[in-house]
Design a protein around this ligand. Structure first.
Ligand code: NAX
Length: 328
């Protein structure tokens, strides 16, 4: 039998955690033949709730779940970790300025980065879900100098999946008819879902849609503001769909992307497409043998250029802000 893979989930008692843990334990994160050992990290006040979730995980009698540890100590949580899902974050509350938000999250992601640096397994992969995800990932990464920088990623897969679904609805096609969707930039309202490289049954999606007004005034804002629309409808932010996207992100990172297709991941830029090196920005990526590469050579027209640049400019601002706060 295989040795279990250590999967650490932070914010395990939160709503995404609740939607995520059962799917990990059932084998959907890594594969139906891969045993997992779960490590749950929570703040002290939420440890009891995490214990409750662990009781329910026990009660599922998942054959692949070889153990659950619960802790409020980051060093313990990340010791030997192979896959780290950083979900817990400090949400923006009323009256909070952006600087306060970044600072509060720096207080979470700096020690977590240090703990990953100290104890993670050599093959560690990190996915940051907690917002502001790209910049939180950057903070954690900068405090883990011994871990290869490219192991730190942030989640734009939910945006990617939202874009697939909106496009499929518009054209009356199925999700599987669509390939090469891309989210560029930041996981925020400035993100750019790109239909100029996406393909619908082999045809450029923007041409299949043939409606620039819909693309600009409907599609892009609907995808970018979907999170707010979910809150409005559900009275709570996206949870199951976010957990689903985290599963997709890690599964594809480990098991590879399909031939002739790619996925969106926020990864450290190597300077591709004019994105400053080191920024954690969303790109089209393919994965082979457990390693992702940014898709090269796409032609970027003026419209896309403007959108990508605007989102990247926001990432630069966030990076400069956390730098000014001494967080990186
Ligand atoms: P919840 O507030 O339900 O849960 C967050 C949990 O994190 C809480 O249980 C809290 O105790 C825990 N936590 C806080 N600080 C911690 C720390 N230092 N160590 C460990 N645990 C800690 O939020 P939930 O709805 O689960 O969302 C979690 C995060 O995901 C939020 O930051 C949210 O903004 C973000 N999202 C990101 C998305 C993305 O696409 N990248 C989409 C969904 C979601 O909005």
């Amino acid at each position: 039998t295989r040795t279990p893979v250590n999967v650490t989930v932070t914010g395990a008692a939160g709503q995404i955690g609740y939607a995520l843990l059962f799917r990990i334990a059932s084998g959907q994160l890594l594969g139906a033949d891969v045993p997992v050992r779960l490590r749950l990290l929570e703040i002290p006040q939420a440890v009891k709730a995490a214990e409750g979730t662990a009781m329910e995980l026990d009660d599922c009698a998942f054959p692949l779940l070889s153990g659950i540890d619960i802790t409020d100590d980051a060093k313990t949580a990340f010791d030997g970790v192979n896959v780290a899902l950083l979900v817990g974050a400090r949400p923006r509350t009323k009256g909070m300025e952006r600087g306060d938000l970044l600072e509060a999250n720096g207080g979470i992601f700096k020690p977590q980065g240090e703990a990953i640096n100290a104890g993670a397994a050599d093959d560690v992969r990190v996915l940051v879900v907690g917002n502001p995800a790209n910049t939180n990932a950057l903070i954690a990464q900068r405090h883990a100098p011994d871990v290869p920088a490219e192991r730190f990623t942030a989640m734009t897969r939910l945006d990617h999946n939202r874009a697939l679904s909106q496009l499929a609805k518009k054209l009356g096609v199925s999700i599987t008819d669509i390939k090469k969707m891309t989210i560029w930039g930041n996981h925020s309202a400035t993100q750019y879902p790109d239909l100029f490289h996406a393909e619908v049954n082999g045809r450029v999606a923007a041409e299949a849609v043939d409606d620039q007004a819909w693309l600009e005034n409907d599609f892009i804002p609907t995808v970018a503001k979907r999170g707010a629309a979910i809150i409005e409808a559900r009275g709570a932010s996206s949870a199951a769909s976010a957990a689903n996207a985290a599963i997709d992100h890690v599964y594809d990172w480990v098991n590879g992307t399909a031939e002739g297709d790619w996925v969106s991941m926020a990864v450290p830029s190597d300077g591709s497409y004019g994105v400053p090196e080191g920024l954690i920005s969303s790109f089209p990526v393919t994965v082979e043998d457990g390693k992702y590469s940014i898709v090269q050579g796409l032609e970027i027209d003026e419209f896309s250029r403007g959108r990508i640049d605007a989102s990247v400019a926001e990432l630069v601002e966030e990076r400069d802000a956390v730098q000014a706060l001494g967080l990186i």
